[in-house]
Structures are given as C-alpha cells and as structure tokens.
Design a protein around this ligand. Structure first.
Ligand SMILES: [Zn+2]
Length: 341
C-alpha cells in the first residue's frame, strides 16, 4: 500500500530537507498522556506544512533492505516480550527506532519473510491498542486545519490480506506513518519526538491512525475509516492530502486485478459521496507519487482497471484543475468545502 511511502504528511521533504523546520526551538507545544495541552496560535506556518514527506524511507528501501541481515543477526525472530515491553511507553517509537527504520519504514515488495514478521508486530500493536495498552496523547493540535474542498480521489490498495481487520489497518498506520513522523519531528509543533502520539482522528470513540477515508472489500462492502473533514496521510504529498480523499481497496493487487465487485463499489462510493470530483481527478497513488518505489495500487491499474473504475463512475465531463471543476461549457465552479471543514 505504499503505506509507508504514503504517509506524506508533508510535501516532498526529499527536496526540502535542508529547509526543514526540524530543530527550531521556538514555541513548543506539549502532548500529554493526561493533562494540559498547549498549541501556540500561528505557530504552525504554511511553510512548515510545505515540507514534503520523503518516500517514507521508500527511496532508499533497497539499500536499507540489503543491510537488514547485516544489522540483525536473526531479523525474522519475533519476540513478543521485547516488543510489548517497549510499546508500553509513550515514546515507544524511540525505543524501537532501529527496528522501525530498518524493518518497517522501507517500501519492500515480495519479501514474504519480512511480511510475516511485520504482521506479527502489527497483530501485537492491534491487540495493545484495543486494550488501551499503548499510551497515547489525550489532546493535541488540530492536524486538519488545512483541510480544503475535496476535488481529488486517490485510489490505493492495502497490499495486505483482503480480510484484514480495521484495528490492524489502524495499527499499521500508527507504526509506519505516525511512528515515522514522530521520529522525524514532523508533526505540527516542535519537539514532538518523545511525546505520546496524537492523531486527532476518532472513530467510534477511539483514536485511529488510518491513512484513508474509505476501505473497499473484495465483495463490495465499503467501510468508512475517516470523516471527510479529516486529512488522510495517504498520498505522499501534503498539498494533495489536504484536498483529497483516499479510497483503499483491501487486498494485494501488485500483480492482480481487483474483483469487479470491488471496483464497482469504489466507483459507487465516489459517485455517491464525491459526485463533483472531475473524472481526471480520480487517480492512483502512483500518479501522485511518481517514484519507482510507489506502485500502488498495483501494476495493472493504469492499463486496465482504472478505465473500468472511471466508466462505472459515469462522470465523463470536466477536467481536473486545482480546486475548480471546469464543466463542459467552460463553467468554473468552486467546489464546496467539505461539510465539517
Ligand atoms: Zn497507496
């Protein structure tokens, strides 16, 4: 799912890394497991939010992956006690930094052993989250303050078991996206590194770490993950994240075409909830993040099932522009802001 590569809380840090706000000492805010939270007004300037998310380590995946065995004597031994003992701390991602950077952040396809190992960790994180055993912040900044009108839909695949539970999908987001951003200090406010994680996104009363707004199952069931007012960290490009929704197909379609029912259900969700998104603005993750490591939603998307999706969507007029839908007669209509924005 390029889930890693995905994150994209900020834009292309790869090219702006040197201009990163990281390390600035001004006005810090505090995340707290309990108690007061302060976020200085105006502190979060637009420039900071312009930073680009690096390929969540994806660009360097091959090199990192190659070094795995040199770093870990038995890289595939999952020791529950080891992971659990570290996950009980608010700064679990620092205590597990070495493992996360080398085993979890790189975008690696076709490595069954690594996948099994990762899934054991994700299962544990899901279990601990369900039992409120991982300390999370009880308050934090509004990470969705830059939400814009939705004019783009980005299609993904999970690259995982199609029946994966929502709890596990959220656990993956916590580890690979939030863990990464907190280690990098790339969440609004200075010095978040070391603080408990805060997403500001809730579903059924629990904090969640989903990157996407919708999950589509192979049988056509559609499950809402994030409200539209939330910015999903899914496109690998912050500007795109602010104006888009992420629709993820559950399953691994790296080398396969999704079932028709799944494509049809995705089209139905787009048609019903985002009817004013222009046909040209329904794109695959790989079309946003044009780097070799990002193949999401799979090898056959562009050549085959994207067109199926678009035909089922039935929106055949208008072109994709930034923030505006240009109708068949050149009529430009500014899209309405999302209901809760
Ligand atoms: Zn993706």
């Amino acid at each position: 799912m390029c889930l890693l590569a995905i994150v994209g809380y900020y834009k292309d840090r790869a090219s702006q890394k040197s201009r990163s706000c990281r390390g600035r000492a001004s006005a810090r805010f505090s995340f707290a497991v309990s108690g007061h939270f302060a976020f200085p007004a105006g502190r979060q300037n637009a420039q900071k939010l312009q930073k680009i998310f690096p390929v969540a380590a994806g660009d360097h995946a091959q090199g990192q992956h190659a070094r795995l065995k040199a770093t870990f004597e038995k890289p595939w031994d999952f020791q529950r006690e080891y992971w659990q003992s570290r996950l009980q701390y608010p700064d679990w991602y620092i205590r597990l930094e070495k493992e996360l950077r080398q085993l979890f952040f790189p975008v690696v396809h076709n490595d069954p052993q690594l996948k099994v190992f990762r899934n054991r960790v994700y299962d544990l994180v899901e279990e601990l989250l369900a039992g409120d055993k991982i300390p999370l912040a009880v308050g934090g900044p509004d990470l969705d303050r830059e939400r814009k009108a939705i004019d783009t839909v980005v299609i993904h695949h999970t690259e995982e078991d199609p029946q994966m539970s929502l709890g596990k999908l959220s656990a993956i987001g916590l580890v690979r996206q939030y863990g990464f951003e907190y280690l990098e200090n790339d969440v609004p406010g200075d010095r978040v590194r070391g603080q408990p994680v805060w997403s500001g996104h809730f579903r059924e009363g629990k904090m969640v770490f989903f990157a996407y707004h919708w999950l589509i199952r192979p049988d056509g069931r559609a499950e809402r993950l994030l409200e539209d007012a939330y910015i999903g960290w899914h496109a690998g490009n912050w500007e795109t994240n602010t104006r888009s929704v992420g629709v993820v197909l559950s399953g691994n379609y790296e080398e396969a075409i999704p079932p028709f029912a799944q494509i049809e259900a995705a089209a139905k969700v787009i048609r019903e909830y985002y009817p004013r998104v222009a046909r040209g603005c329904i794109i695959g993750h790989r079309e946003v993040k044009k780097v070799a490591s990002c193949t999401c939603p799979g090898a056959y998307f562009l050549a085959t099932w994207k067109e199926t999706l678009l035909q089922l969507f039935h929106q055949d007029s208008g072109t994709c522009t930034k923030g505006r839908f240009i109708g068949p007669y050149g009529l430009s209509v500014l899209l309405s802001p999302p209901a809760c924005a």
